[in-house]
Design a binder for this molecule. Structure first.
Ligand SMILES: O=P(O)(O)OC[C@H]1O[C@H](O[C@H]2O[C@H](CO)[C@@H](O)[C@H](O)[C@H]2O)[C@H](O)[C@@H](O)[C@@H]1O
Length: 279
C-alpha cells in the first residue's frame, strides 16, 4: 500500500527545495568525537509501518540500542514521536532516553525526568466528533492522545476526501493544528510540533553546543528537519525520495538500525574518552 499524504510540512512551509535534487546521499557516520545530538522519529524510522498502530514489531535489540546510544551521547539524544509517550513506552518499554510525544505536546527532557505538558489538553468534544465520523464511515480507528488525536484511514482511501473536510472544519472551528501523515490525520493543540520539540531540547544544558541530526520518514518530520538545519545540523530522510528539507537519506528501517549500530560501535565509552583525553 502506498502512503499518500500532503507535500507540505505541518507548519504549511513548502519543503525545500521543491525543485531540488532527485536523490540524497547517505548520512556520514554519527560524529562521535564531536558534539552530535541525535533525534529519532519512531514509526517508519525505528520500526516498520504496520496496518494498525498496535501491530508494529519492535526489534528485540532496539530498546537496548537506544539506551546505549543515549548513554554514549551523554544524554544528547531524544525520541521525537507523534505517539503519546505512554503509547511509545507501551511498545518500547521504559527506555532511558529523553522523549517528546504527541507531536511536541508532551516532553520528557531527560531519561529520568518527569513528563512536562507543552500544550493544553485537546478539547474532549474534538475526540467525540472524530469518533462520530469514524462510526459513520465504517469504524475508522480514532487514537486519542493527551494533546492531540489521530484518525487513521489506512486501507480506506475512499473516505479521505470526507475526512479532510471534517478535520479541516474542526481545525478551523477550534483553532487546532492539522497534520496529515501516513494514512492518518491528526488534530493537535496549536504551538507545538516536532520542530518546536527539537528546538526546546537544544536549549537544555545537556544539548549545549550540539550539532543536531534528526532521522524521520514522514512529512510531519519536516518541521524537525527545518529545526536542525536552523541549528547547524541536518535531517536524514528515511524511505523513498520526496521533496524534503533533509540533506541525507537512508532507504529503510534496516538501514537506520545499521547506521545507529555503526555509530554506537565507533563511539568510545565516556570512561574510555576520559582516559584518552588524559593520555
Ligand atoms: O512520529 P512517529 O513516531 O512516526 O508517529 C507518527 C504516527 O505513527 C503511528 O501511525 C503510523 O504508524 C502506524 C503503525 O505503523 C500505521 O498503522 C499508521 O497508518 C501510521 O500513520 C501512530 O499511530 C500515530 O499516533 C503517530 O502520530
Amino acid at each position: 500500500m502506498t502512503d499518500t499524504h500532503t507535500s507540505l510540512g505541518s507548519a504549511g512551509r513548502a519543503m525545500a527545495p521543491p525543485d531540488g535534487p532527485d536523490h540524497l546521499p547517505p548520512p556520514p557516520p554519527l560524529n562521535v568525537r564531536g558534539q552530535a545530538a541525535l533525534f529519532l522519529d519512531f514509526d517508519g524510522t525505528l520500526v516498520e509501518i504496520a496496518e494498525h498502530p498496535d501491530a508494529v514489531v519492535v526489534a528485540p535489540h532496539l530498546p537496548e540500542l537506544l539506551t546505549a546510544l543515549s548513554r554514549r551521547l551523554q544524554g544528547r539524544m531524544a525520541l521525537v514521536t507523534g505517539r503519546s509517550i505512554a503509547a511509545l513506552e507501551g511498545l518500547l518499554g521504559r527506555v532511558e532516553v529523553a522523549v517528546a510525544g504527541s507531536h511536541g505536546g508532551e516532553f520528557r527532557p531527560a531519561a529520568h525526568a518527569g513528563i512536562e505538558a507543552l500544550a493544553a489538553p485537546l478539547p474532549l468534544d474534538v475526540v467525540a466528533a472524530l469518533q462520530d465520523f469514524a462510526a459513520a464511515h465504517g469504524g475508522l480507528l480514532v487514537e486519542p492522545k493527551p494533546f492531540s488525536a489521530a484518525i487513521h484511514y489506512r486501507g480506506r482511501p475512499e473516505v479521505l476526501e470526507a475526512l479532510l473536510t471534517c478535520t479541516q472544519g474542526l481545525a478551523s472551528a477550534k483553532g487546532l493544528g492539522l497534520k496529515h501523515g501516513k494514512q492518518v490525520i491528526e488534530l493537535t493543540m496549536p504551538g507545538s510540533d516536532k520542530g518546536s520539540a527539537v528546538a526546546r531540547f537544544l536549549t537544555l544544558p545537556a544539548f549545549a553546543g550540539a550539532t543536531p541530526v534528526f532521522l524521520g520518514d514522514d512529512v510531519t518530520d519536516e518541521d524537525a528537519f527545518h529545526a536542525v538545519r536552523a541549528a547547524g545540523g541536518h535531517g536524514v530522510l528515511v524511505g523513498a525520495m520526496r521533496p524534503t528539507a533533509a540533506a541525507f537519506r537512508l532507504p529503510d528501517v534496516a538501514a537506520v538500525h545499521a547506521w545507529l549500530e555503526e555509530g554506537l560501535g565507533a563511539m568510545a565509552a565516556p570512561a574510555e574518552t576520559d582516559r584518552e583525553n588524559r593520555a
